[in-house]
Design a protein around this ligand. Structure first.
Ligand code: NOJ
Length: 538
C-alpha cells in the first residue's frame, strides 16, 4: 500500500480558506478563522484537512494564481498563523495538507516579472514563450496563449491570462519548485494536494494540434496533459524531497487521465484525484446512476488491484454543490444522508468539501454580476452576444464554480454567521434554514448523520472492513440503486442506496441493519433516497 500508514484510516475535509470563517471582520475568511473553527472539525470527526491556497495572490483564479509561494496572503494571516494551524491540527490528531500549485504562477510573481522583462533575461526560460501562438485552447476558454507587449512574444497559459505556465523542462525552475515543497514540509505540513500536475509536461515542439478546432482553437488537452516526461519530474521531486518526510502526496489529474496513467503517477505519488464521478448526469439533470457506478467501480477496482488507495469525493471547490448536483434540495435530509452513506463507506480515502456536511446548495444568484469566478466571467463574456441573460444565468446556476466558493453557513445570523461584514462573495439566501448551528442542535440532522458515518468508518467494530476490506458492486440493472459490498475475513457489509426520488425494490437477502437514513425500512424495498447499511458476520 502506498502512502503513510495513517492514510488508510483518514477522512479528508477540504477547506476553501477565503470562504470558511472570517475572524477579523473584513468579509474574507482567514487562517485565524480556521483556527477558531478547528474544534468543529474534531466534532465532525475528520482527520485529514486539505487547506486550499492561502498564498499571496492577485486572486484572478481564487488564489491558484500565486505571486509568492512561500508566504501567506496578508489578508488571510501570517506564517505564524499557519504554523499555529499546523500545530493545533496535530494536537487534535488531524493531519494537514496544503495546495501545492505546480503548473503556473501569477503574472505578478517576481519570476514572471523578470521573465517578461527581456528576451535574454535569465528567467526567460522559466516560462514557455513563442513568437507565434499555435492553435491550443485554454481550459478557461479561448486561446492558450497571451501576447506580452513588453517582450513582443506570446506566453503559454492553459488557465487564465494572468496565470502563465511554468516551464518544468528547465532544471533550475524545477529546483525552485522543489524548494517550495521542502519549505512547507519543514514547517510541519503533512503533505500536499498537488494542483494540476497532469499538465507539468507539455509538447515542447509547440506544434499545432490536428484535432478538431472551433474558430481556430483546438481544445486538445493531450498537448499538455499526462505526458510521459512529467513522471520524470515527479520522480525527481520524490527522491529529492518527498522521500525524506512522513507525508502524503495527492495529485490532481484531469486531462482525461485513466487507470494506465494513474498507475504511472502512483509510482511516485501516493494517490490521484480523478474527475470522472463529478458530472454523471442524465440529460434531464438527474443523476446517471449506472454511469456513476461504472466510474467508481473502475477506479476503485483498478486501485485495489495494485494495492493502492484512492481519494473518493463527490465535489470540490471547482464544482457545483453536491446537494444541487446529485441530491434534492427539496428533500435535503434524505438525499443528503444517502449521498453521505455512499461516499463514506467506499474503499479509499473519502474527502468532504466544506459545507457538504450540512447540505449547502448552489447559490440563488439572480444577477450576472454576483458571479465572480474567472471561468464564470469568461463564460459571460464569450456568450453575451449569442445567448440571452436568462440562458446565461441558467447555465451558471448549474455549472458555476462560484457555488463551491460560497461563504460557509455557520448560523442563521447576519451574513450566515460567516463574517461581521458583508462577505466578499454574496452568501446564499437559504442560510437561515441551512446552517451548522441549527444542525448541531438537531440529533437527526444531516450534519449528525455525517458524524455517525465517519465514526462508523474509523472508530467502530466495522472500521477494519470499511477501511481495508475488499470492494465489489452489487450487480443490478437498476437505474436508481447504487449498491456495493465491503468484505474482510470476518464480515460483509452491504451498502444499498436509492439515488432517485421514487420507491424501488432490490433482490438481495437482508442482513442485520446497522444504518438507515430514514425512520423505517421494508425489506426488499428502498423508499425515495433511502440508503441502508447491513452487516453479515461470517
Ligand atoms: C485546479 C484547481 O482546482 C482549480 O481551481 C484551478 O483553477 C486550476 N487547477 C488551476 O490552478
Amino acid at each position: 500500500m502506498t502512502g503513510p500508514k495513517w492514510l488508510a484510516t483518514s477522512v479528508g475535509y477540504e477547506i476553501y480558506p477565503r470562504s470558511f470563517y472570517d475572524s477579523d471582520g473584513d468579509g474574507v475568511g482567514d487562517i485565524k478563522g480556521i483556527l477558531e473553527k478547528i474544534d468543529y472539525l474534531s466534532y465532525l470527526g475528520v482527520n485529514l484537512l486539505w487547506v486550499g491556497p492561502f498564498y499571496p495572490s492577485p486572486l484572478d483564479d481564487n488564489g491558484y494564481d500565486v505571486s509568492d509561494f512561500k508566504n501567506v496572503d496578508p489578508r488571510l494571516g501570517t506564517l505564524a498563523d499557519i504554523k499555529q494551524l499546523i500545530d493545533e491540527c496535530h494536537r487534535r490528531d488531524i493531519r494537514i495538507l496544503f495546495d501545492y500549485v505546480m503548473n503556473q504562477t501569477s503574472d505578478e510573481h517576481p519570476w514572471f516579472i523578470e521573465s517578461r522583462s527581456s528576451l535574454d533575461n535569465k528567467k526567460r526560460d522559466y516560462y514557455i514563450w513563442s513568437k507565434k501562438p499555435n492553435n491550443w485552447g485554454s481550459f478557461f476558454g479561448g486561446s492558450a496563449w497571451n501576447y506580452d507587449a513588453q517582450s513582443g512574444e506570446y506566453y503559454l497559459k492553459i488557465f487564465s491570462n494572468k496565470m502563465p505556465d511554468i516551464n518544468w523542462s528547465n532544471p533550475q525552475l524545477r529546483q525552485e519548485m522543489f524548494d517550495i515543497a521542502q519549505f512547507w514540509l519543514d514547517l510541519g505540513v503533512d503533505g500536499f494536494r498537488m494542483d494540476a500536475i497532469a499538465h507539468l509536461g507539455k509538447d515542447m515542439s509547440l506544434t499545432h494540434s490536428r484535432k478538431k478546432s472551433e474558430g481556430g482553437i483546438s481544445y486538445d488537452w493531450s498537448k499538455f496533459s499526462n505526458r510521459e516526461v512529467l513522471y520524470d519530474y515527479l520522480a525527481e521531486l520524490k527522491s529529492k524531497v518527498f522521500d525524506h518526510f512522513d507525508m502524503v502526496s495527492i495529485g490532481e489529474v484531469g486531462g482525461g487521465a485513466k487507470l494506465p496513467d494513474a498507475y504511472k503517477y502512483t509510482k511516485t505519488i501516493d494517490m490521484v484525484f480523478n474527475f470522472d464521478a463529478v458530472w454523471c448526469l442524465n440529460k434531464d439533470g438527474s443523476v446517471n446512476v449506472p454511469q456513476l457506478r461504472e466510474v467508481i467501480n473502475y477506479w476503485t477496482q483498478g486501485m485495489i488491484k495494485k494495492k493502492q488507495l484512492l481519494p473518493q469525493y463527490w465535489q470540490n471547490h471547482d464544482h457545483p454543490r453536491l446537494m444541487s448536483q446529485y441530491g434534492n434540495p427539496a428533500k435535503p435530509k434524505a438525499s443528503g444522508k444517502m449521498l453521505a452513506t455512499i461516499l463514506l463507506f467506499l474503499y479509499g480515502v473519502p474527502f468532504l468539501y466544506n459545507g457538504e456536511e450540512i447540505g449547502m446548495t448552489n447559490a440563488d444568484y439572480q444577477k450576472l454580476e454576483d458571479f465572480r469566478d474567472v471561468s464564470s466571467q469568461n463564460y459571460i463574456q464569450m456568450h453575451q452576444d449569442s445567448l440571452s441573460e436568462a440562458d446565461i444565468l441558467a447555465h451558471l446556476a448549474k455549472n458555476s464554480r462560484d457555488h463551491g466558493h460560497l461563504p460557509m453557513q455557520w448560523s442563521n445570523k447576519k451574513h450566515a454567521g460567516f463574517s461581521q461584514k458583508t462577505p466578499y462573495l454574496k452568501v446564499n439566501g437559504n442560510y437561515k434554514t441551512v446552517n451548522v448551528e441549527s444542525q448541531m442542535a438537531d440529533v437527526d440532522s444531516l450534519l449528525n448523520y455525517y458524524r455517525t458515518c465517519i465514526d462508523l468508518r474509523i472508530n467502530s467494530q466495522y472500521s477494519d472492513v470499511l477501511t481495508m476490506g475488499d470492494f465489489k458492486l452489487v450487480e443490478t440493472d437498476s437505474n436508481e440503486i447504487f449498491g456495493y459490498q465491503r468484505e474482510n475475513k470476518d464480515m460483509i457489509i452491504t451498502v444499498l442506496a436509492n439515488m432517485h426520488d421514487k420507491t424501488v425494490s432490490y433482490q438481495l437477502g437482508d442482513d442485520n441493519l446497522i444504518l438507515n437514513n430514514l425512520e423505517s425500512h421494508t425489506p426488499g424495498q428502498l423508499d425515495p433516497y433511502q440508503s441502508i447499511v447491513m452487516v453479515r458476520q461470517k
